[in-house]
Write a protein that binds this ligand. Structure first.
Ligand SMILES: Nc1nc2c(c(=O)[nH]1)N[C@H]1C(S)=C(S)[C@@H](COP(=O)(O)O)O[C@H]1N2
Ligand SMILES: [Mo]
Length: 196
């Protein structure tokens, strides 16, 4: 298993970012309820500034080569949880299949609950950004974003869309759900980039 819990070295001296407290629990945080998921009709789309737009059924997505990583998880409301095991497809692998266009600079993730979140492209093109369907060896619980969520251990967790069903490559930055409401676009926990 790949352990990426040391990625904080790039950003600061302490594994626990400033202003965070560690919890052994894994709280659930959603803007609204858990949306329904139907594996027969679910579709995942890669669109925008790419050479090939892609569409996957649930079975097709699950057949992509996966990896398991040990990661930390930092919520902007002040809690962090360490050593979670996520299994899924690296962002880099999907980006490679789609072929990112030269003028792509930004990424927008979308989800079944109409959540969106955005990140600069370079913050996505990292090994620890995963589309994950397993947490700690079990199917990702529905309230934690099952069947599929994004994880971004190097950024506050609102950058990881639960129930993700799309990723769009953009040639200009656009704000997502929390970013339009004053949360940071870059969201680096070691720099305490909570608000914009
Ligand atoms: N689709 C969707 N993704 C989301 C959210 C949401 O409301 N909807 N909340 C975000 C926030 S603020 C956090 S902290 C994490 C929480 O993930 P968890 O419920 O697994 O702890 O999911 C993020 N991704
Ligand atoms: Mo959050």
């Amino acid at each position: 298993m790949k352990d990426v819990t040391d990625c904080y070295h790039e950003f600061g001296d302490d594994r626990l970012p400033p202003g965070q407290r560690e919890t052994s629990a894994f709280p659930v945080l959603s803007k609204s309820g858990t949306p329904p998921f139907d594996p027969e009709t679910w579709e995942f789309r890669v669109t925008g500034a790419v050479e090939n737009e892609l569409t996957f059924s649930w079975d097709e997505f699950r057949a992509l080569p996966a990896e398991t990583q040990r990661q930390d998880f930092h919520c902007v409301t002040g809690w962090s949880t360490f050593d979670r095991e996520f299994t899924g497809v690296p962002f880099l692998a999907l980006a490679d299949r789609a072929g990112v266009a030269d003028d792509a600079v930004h990424v927008m993730f979308s989800a079944l609950d109409d959540y969106t979140t955005d990140l600069p492209l370079e913050a996505c093109m990292r090994e620890e950004v995963l589309f994950a369907w397993e947490l700690d060896g079990e199917s990702l619980p529905r309230d934690h974003g099952g069947p599929l969520r994004v994880v971004t251990p190097h950024r506050y967790a609102y950058k990881g869309a639960k129930w993700v069903d799309g990723v769009e490559f953009l040639t200009d930055p656009e704000p997502g759900y929390w970013e339009r409401r004053g949360y940071s676009e870059t969201a680096n926990p070691w720099r305490e980039e909570r608000y914009s």
